[in-house]
Design a protein around this ligand. Structure first.
Ligand code: THU
Length: 136
């Protein structure tokens, strides 16, 4: 059954594109935008935030996830990612681990600048993961 409150993949990608406008990426010139939907149908967005001390950079996906979690929304159902490359941009390894924590069953939606969308899952991106259940 389709949940009528659920945002479409296309709309989530659109929000990720809008969020990318706020990327702070003066060092890489590589902007990334992300938008996620929680199981409570809340939407959070993020953009990558770089730093003159390069290693302190935070990826767009983690900005969006931490915004959600810090507002009390710990279950993510889907997350969209776009980048200024215009090509499908997959989340980095660190983001995959953070996705595994809060979006283990989520759909990951990638958008390019030709209006195309590709979907995958966190399980597919991070097989044989170490996660919350391994500590119980
Ligand atoms: N970046 C993201 O925001 N998400 C990813 O999953 C890959 C990389 C950012 C970090 C950095 O600001 C820029 O892209 C280049 O690595």
């Amino acid at each position: 059954m389709t949940d009528e409150l659920e945002i479409s993949n296309n709309d989530l990608v659109e929000l990720a594109v809008e969020a990318m406008e706020n990327a702070y990426a003066p060092y890489s010139n590589f902007s990334v935008g992300s938008a996620l939907a929680t199981d409570s149908h809340y939407i959070f967005t993020g953009a990558n935030i770089e730093n003159a001390s390069y290693g302190l950079t935070v990826c767009a996906e983690r900005v969006a996830i931490f915004k959600a979690v810090s507002e009390g929304h710990t279950k993510i159902e889907k997350i969209a990612i776009v980048s200024s490359s215009g090509e499908f941009t997959y989340p980095c390894g660190a983001c995959r681990q953070v996705l595994n924590e809060f979006a283990g069953s989520a759909t990951v939606i990638l958008g390019n600048n030709r209006g195309e969308i590709k979907t995958t899952t966190v399980k597919e991106l991070l097989p044989h993961s170490f996660g919350p259940n391994d500590l119980t």
